[in-house]
Write a protein that binds this ligand. Structure first.
Ligand SMILES: Cc1ncc(COP(=O)(O)O)c(C=O)c1O
Length: 399
């Protein structure tokens, strides 16, 4: 009773954006981490086998023994000069364009980059266009700023740019369009080059900002990669990147790169979130890039995830009842399964959890309640030897 009275008392004091409940989907997914014995296709977590323990130890020992100050001190809000230079160089080598000094900032993960973009652009009721489905963390960030979220369909070639164009012609006026063009979370699909060109043209014509999330871009299983939206049109794109999937999430280090005027506003907004991204993580990432270790690790990580992807697709092919469909990711962590008629994703996820298998129902990836016919399967963290067993259990639950 006391707890109820307490809750309602504070409710009156909560800000409107807090009362506008963003949901607890992320917490639900993170909670799967602690369940012993679970075969988890749930979180988009990197496999701990990819964590560079020895190299991290070497670097930390060097920082300590060399009397280094930077790694231990507060950093400038935009980032330390060395790490900024290393990240800019890497963006240049991977995307063919080097950000100018006033275009790039280092953030506490990509999620902070999204938060700073929200703070900078969104007033209550502003429209943000997203892919349907999209990354849960982004939906929660946009909801947290009381924006109007409008979902645009996807297919196997990524965001449906024709649909977006039609809706813009019909009067849709988003401030932001958020997209994950490479190995998308949750569908695992990649936006084809021709649509990338048209998308940036639409932004230029209609005056909205594209927020390009490249979280999985460096985890492609094939040699070719389409150009990034930011490299195609740096005047209308802010790119949010992360080292969580290529280095390790414990450092919470990402970046935002975009037009200098916007980048400056993001730096201003960052002053009253965390003031600066953690310096020790910045220095670790800098050295990891400069010594070529990130590329060595990525070669191994891609092979590891590719093997798991192949195992998962083979198991789905073998086990799933007719009527189910799934995407074939060319990189990243996810396949998206459309369930046979009559199978409800929330019900299936609950029964799967009781049977020792973690999956995330599709409903968490839509802002408008859709997704009862689909689930996300993440193959990144599950032990490869457990994939067959996990899919077999799911398949019998579906029957
Ligand atoms: C599409 C996407 N963007 C951003 C993030 C979060 O990145 P970070 O750990 O850098 O905050 C994730 C993590 O799952 C993600 O899937």
């Amino acid at each position: 009773m006391a707890a109820t009275a307490q809750t309602s008392r504070w409710e009156e004091l909560f800000a409107a954006r807090t009362r506008a409940d963003v949901g607890d989907g992320i917490a639900q997914v993170l909670a799967f981490l602690g369940v012993p014995g679970l075969i988890s296709f749930a979180g988009g977590f990197p496999d701990p086998l990819t964590f560079p323990r020895e190299r991290t130890r070497t670097l930390l020992a060097e920082f300590a023994e060399n009397g280094e100050v930077d790694a231990f001190q507060y950093a400038p809000t935009r980032g330390l000069a060395g790490p900024l230079d290393a990240v800019a160089g890497r963006i240049d080598s991977l995307q063919g364009r080097r950000p100018a000094d006033d275009e790039l900032l280092l953030t506490s993960g990509a999620i902070e980059a999204l938060d700073l973009i929200c703070k900078t652009f969104l007033d209550r009721g502003d429209t943000v266009a997203v892919e349907a489905p999209t990354y849960l963390g982004a939906i929660m960030a946009f909801r947290g700023f009381e924006s109007e979220i409008v979902a645009v369909s996807m297919d196997d070639s990524g965001l449906d740019v024709d649909e977006l164009e039609r809706r813009l012609a019909d009067g849709l006026r988003p401030k932001l369009l958020y997209t994950i063009p490479d190995h998308q979370n949750p569908e695992g699909v990649t936006l084809v080059t021709e649509r990338r060109t048209r998308l940036v043209e639409l932004a230029q014509r209609h005056g909205f900002l594209i927020v390009e999330d490249v979280a999985y871009r460096e985890l492609g299983f094939e040699a070719d990669a389409p150009p990034t939206l930011w490299s195609l049109a740096p005047d209308v794109v802010v790119q949010a990147g992360t080292t969580s999937k290529t280095f390790f999430p414990g450092v919470r280090l990402g970046w935002a790169v975009g037009p200098a005027e916007i980048s400056q506003k993001l730096v201003s907004a960052k002053q009253n979130t965390d003031q600066c991204a953690g310096a020790v993580g910045q220095r670790l990432v800098e050295e990891y890039i400069r010594r070529g270790w990130i590329d060595e690790q990525l070669a191994e990580s891609r092979a590891l995830y590719r093997g798991k992807r192949d195992r998962l697709l083979a198991a789905l092919e073998r086990e799933l009842a007719s009527g189910a469909r799934w995407t074939t990711p060319r990189g990243g962590f996810f396949s998206w399964v459309t369930l046979p008629d009559g199978v409800d994703s929330t019900d299936l996820a609950a029964r799967a959890a009781a049977d020792g298998v973690g999956i995330v129902p599709g409903t968490l990836f839509f802002a408008d309640g859709r997704g009862s016919d689909s689930v996300r399967l993440s193959f990144s963290m599950v032990d490869e030897s457990q994939i067959d067993e996990g899919v077999e259990r799911l398949s019998s639950l579906m029957r």
